[in-house]
Design a protein around this ligand. Sequence first.
Ligand code: HEM
Length: 156
Amino acid sequence: MPSPTLHPDVAHLSFLLGTWKGSGKGEYPTIEPFTFTEETVFGHVGKPFLTFVQRTKDAAGLPLHTESGYLRPVGAERAEFVVSIPSGIVELAAGTVEENRLVLSSTGVHRTATAKEVSATERAYEVDGDTLHWTLAMAAMGQPMTHHLSGELTRS
Ligand code: HEM
């Protein structure tokens, strides 16, 4: 199998590439705090986007949240993100890349008729060597933009 060459348009996002494993914790004013383990893969297929798949498990080792999508380059310093979540949410976001740090704000959160109310999100992914730190805040369930999640992963 030939392996694709990284598309030059995603060069500024290449610091995210790899299989990342670790753990995280979550909280929100409306729910009990929790912890999780996580595996996230940022990949590429030689096209001008990165692929993204995140899988998490709860303390008992059972599947918890999962999401998948694509990071799309916009010029050499910006990116768009499209991600789908099985709880009936599709998140569209855009942001900037600076010093191995990607910061995204939602440009639209779309929900199925039965999905819980989420109106906006803010995400940050920062790589330091082989460590990835990420955070997610959301305006949801009648709350203003409030921290929901953080994770620390190691590139394997
Ligand atoms: C690592 C990823 C995530 C994990 C492990 C996680 C985990 C959880 C857990 C355990 C709960 C409480 C139980 C439940 O309602 O199911 C929860 C609630 C919730 N999460 Fe997350 N979540 C993740 C990502 C997200 C994302 C990306 C969004 C939105 C874009 C989101 C939106 C919500 C909402 C709206 C609730 C309901 C809060 C309520 O009922 O008051 N979560 N999450």
